[in-house]
Design a protein around this ligand. Structure first.
Ligand code: KE4
Length: 432
């Protein structure tokens, strides 16, 4: 057993102070390590596939600031582009050519998007798309799936994933019944339950919103025919199909899960990767729908820092880097090696486990599975996952601090990083 007591004195000091200043000591709940136990490490700096904490410990990073760092952290070309942009100011609050550039790149890349609106987070993107789908159809109800997370706007905080699942929050206090009375939920991968909801709420459902590959209940892939089935059902009942690709956009493929699976929704939300690590979200889709957004149409949505030049610059450079030939083949190859390796090691060390990967997104559950939905995911041994997480952390591998999150690779991760990660995993799983 490698010496597993890493020095985290400074992290502990800083986090203790943080807890007196900010709720839970964090700016976002999942960072608090509540479900995996132990204290979070405090980052000092990141570069490529690596993190250094304030005590000088180095880690191989599989969170990648929750998705944006798909080119590796602080990519030199992104940093250089930002330095140049900084000289021209940090925010305009007015049109800039940079917005045209990133908008064209997004429109060219994502099959469903003919027009796009930039906002500052995935939550904002999902809020905007919710209002728009209701305005376009003149219907109020929506269908979401248990375990899927679409940001923290009231309407979506129903059986949500990510931090809500992590903290076991059934539904957050402070959300009025009126805000969620129009939110219908179904188990992921269950077309029959969706059809039943449409039958029971005929002509009242504005649309169906989902993560086309789930990352917020742990990693759950769509069953064959699920996405196609939703496309048919929404057409049949005059409802819209919305892919929340905040996590999967430009990660599952350059054109997102909708390109990978060949199913085109009516509207798409984006975030994370398109900001290259700076705050950017977006929603976009059919021109006839997007033309309803103010000031072109009556659906109001606004934002002081939306489309700001720094975030646009980081997004543009990140997408340019992702356009390099072979990028997604590389991501698929190293991530498959990692995911397959973890499952093989779990088997060899006697742990029931299942999981998988698609492109640069992967996940592992400690249950024999299979995991098709959130109920299945909740049957996994989350306590064992917590011990696994801590063991990996103490040996220099930083995994998402929750069973109900996905793992992310980048094209900064090398074969050696994967081999090192698997060697550490074997050590940890042998002693779980
Ligand atoms: P943000 O508001 O956090 O930028 O995006 C919300 C969101 C919307 N849709 C999907 C599919 C998402 O995954 C997210 C945010 N993802 C979480 C991680 N699972 C962000 C991490 C956090 O909450 O701190």
């Amino acid at each position: 057993m490698v010496n597993t007591t890493i020095k985290t004195t400074k992290s502990q000091e800083i986090f203790a102070a943080a807890q007196t200043l900010m709720p839970g000591g964090v700016s976002s709940p999942v960072r608090a390590f509540k479900s995996v136990g132990g204290q979070p490490i405090v980052f000092d700096r990141v570069k490529g596939a690596y993190i250094w904490d304030v005590d000088g410990n180095q880690y191989i990073d599989y969170v990648g600031t929750w998705g944006p760092a798909i080119c590796g952290h602080a990519h030199p070309e992104v940093i250089a582009a930002l330095h140049e942009a900084l000289e021209k100011g940090t925010s305009f609050g007015a049109p800039s050519a940079l917005e045209n550039v990133l908008a064209e790149m997004v429109i060219d890349a994502v099959p469903s998007i003919e027009m796009v609106r930039f906002v500052n987070s995935g939550t904002e993107a999902c809020m905007g798309v919710l209002r728009l789908m209701r305005a376009f159809t003149n219907r109020d109800k929506i269908i979401k799936f248990e375990g899927c997370y679409h940001g923290h706007a009231d309407t979506f905080l129903v059986k949500a994933g990510s931090g809500v699942a992590t903290l076991g929050l059934p539904d957050s206090p402070g959300v009025p019944k009126a805000a969620t009375s129009t939110t219908l939920t179904a188990p992921y991968n269950d077309l029959e339950s969706v059809k039943a909801l449409f039958e029971e709420n005929r002509d009242e459902i504005a649309g169906v919103i989902l993560e086309p590959v789930v990352g917020n209940a742990g990693f759950i892939a769509p069953d064959a025919g699920f996405l196609e089935g939703l496309r048919e059902l929404t057409h049949e009942y005059g409802a819209l199909l919305v892919f929340d690709e905040v996590m999967t956009g430009f990660r599952i493929a350059y054109g997102g899960a909708q390109e990978k699976f060949g199913v085109t929704p009516d509207l798409t939300t984006l975030g994370k990767v398109i900001g290259g690590g700076l705050p950017v979200g977006a929603y976009g889709g059919r021109r006839d729908i997007m033309s309803m957004v103010a000031p072109a149409g009556p659906v109001y949505q606004a934002g002081t820092l939306s489309g700001n030049p720094l975030a646009m610059t980081a997004g543009i450079k990140t997408l340019e880097l992702l356009q390099k030939p072979g990028t997604y083949d590389y991501l698929e190859r190293i991530t498959k090696k990692l995911a397959d390796g973890l499952l093989q090691i779990a088997k060899e060390t006697g742990h029931a486990a299942c999981g998988g990967q698609i492109s640069a997104m992967f996940g592992l559950f400690f249950t024999s599975g299979p995991v098709h939905n959130y109920e299945d995911a909740k049957k996994s041994d989350t306590a064992k996952f917590g011990r696994f997480h801590r063991g990996m952390l103490e040996r220099g591998v930083y995994l998402a601090p929750s069973q109900f999150e996905a793992g992310f690779t980048s094209f900064a991760h090398t074969e050696e990083d994967i081999d090192q990660t698997l060697a550490v995993a074997r050590d940890v799983m042998s002693s779980l």
